[in-house]
Ligand binder design. Structure first.
Ligand code: DAH
Length: 355
């Protein structure tokens, strides 16, 4: 028998056996690899005379095709076997009882921050962030707060070092400084986040939330501040009319400064915002002090504007009828289940996703 016939016979027999993937790959490379048995036969073609070459070539091609087909059949068989084995072993037992699905709830403070951010972003404010651990310069000095100011006292501020250089920010106002130091005016930002003070009772927690607002441009005045806050409060409480009053106050970083109260009344044991003759303080604000602008290299003769700081937790309590601030931070799962928000339920005035 010729070489070719021997090879054909030998491998045809081999391929009838039960073979593993590795074995088939080995056979494939033995036959058709660079110096494989069949590949080498093709190399001999050139040395044959024409008649023989034709006949040998046709025989060689036939055998090559047959062996290749058998090999690919074998591959397919193995693949099928693997799939069947998998199907057999990974069968899902649909008679098992299902595992309970625990869907988390969104904390009312997170929900309120989302609502506030979407309301302000509609009127052109972008959202900035700053770190909870601040230096005393950004938290006090740059905000025109003198060394003797009571806010700097240990009774009020959590210091993280003996030199009183590093602290937990006592308000979100240092984000004003960070924002103005890193960019050029105009600025129109809000900065929601955590703030810390050494204080704890039914209406004060050592950690609480504020949102800072800052709008600086060439011709921003107190009228803009009033319009902006009026719009925000109406949108936030989803009411058409509110009673709002600006009460003169003092903050080192604004001049003039004001605190804003909104009107409310208690009807059937429930608080109704926007009506009545009771007043509730909800935020501090004012025109940014020229010294603050100087500290961040903004020329107060060219630029001016307003800033405000709102207590977020208080707003959330008012809007969602929660009466103890401490419950916010106790991580009681039952409380969260009751007051939290379903992540798949989009509240009516939440535009973050739908617009
Ligand atoms: N930072 C003040 C506080 O925590 C609140 C505040 C008042 C912020 C007036 C402001 C502002 O930006 O202009 O009590």
């Amino acid at each position: 028998m010729s070489d070719l016939k021997n090879i054909h016979e030998e491998y045809r027999t081999k391929l009838k056996e039960k073979l593993s993937l590795d074995q088939i790959n080995q056979i494939k490379s033995d036959l058709f690899g660079k110096n494989g048995l069949i590949s080498s036969q093709f190399k001999t073609l050139g040395s044959l005379d024409e008649n023989k070459r034709k006949q040998f070539a046709s025989e060689l091609n036939k055998i090559k095709d047959e062996l290749q087909n058998t090999i690919s059949e074998k591959f397919k068989e193995l693949e099928l076997k693997k799939i069947n084995e998998k199907l057999e072993n990974e069968k899902v037992d649909i008679t098992l009882p299902e595992r309970p699905i625990e869907r988390g709830k969104i904390h009312p403070v997170s929900q309120t921050i989302d609502e506030i951010s979407s309301i302000f972003s509609e009127i052109g404010f972008s959202v900035e962030e700053g770190p909870d651990v601040e230096n005393q310069y950004n938290n006090f000095t740059a905000l025109n707060t003198p060394d003797y100011h009571p806010a700097r006292d240990m009774h009020d501020t959590f210091y993280l070092d003996e030199q009183k250089e590093i602290l937990l920010r006592t308000h979100t106002s240092p984000v004003q400084i960070r924002t103005m130091l890193k960019d050029k005016p105009p600025f129109k930002i809000i900065a929601p986040g955590r703030t810390y003070r050494s204080d704890s009772d039914q209406t004060h927690a050592p950690m609480f939330h504020q949102v800072e607002g800052l709008h600086i441009d060439k011709d921003i005045n107190m009228g803009h501040l009033k319009g902006c806050l009026n719009y925000f409060i109406k949108e936030f409480f989803e009411i058409d009319k509110i009673k709002m009053r600006f009460r003169p106050s003092h903050f080192p970083f604004t001049e003039p400064s004001a605190e804003v109260d909104i009107g409310y009344e208690i009807k059937d044991g429930k608080i109704v915002i926007g009506e009545g003759d009771q007043w509730l303080e909800i935020l501090g604000c004012g025109m940014v002090h020229p010294n603050v602008l100087r500290n961040v290299k903004v020329d107060p003769d060219k630029f001016q504007g307003y800033a405000f700081g709102i207590g977020i937790d208080r707003l959330a309590m008012l809007k969602y009828g929660i009466n103890d601030l401490r419950a916010f931070f106790e991580c009681d799962y039952r409380w969260l289940n009751h007051f939290g928000f379903d992540p798949l339920d989009v509240p009516t005035n939440y535009r973050g996703l739908s617009r």
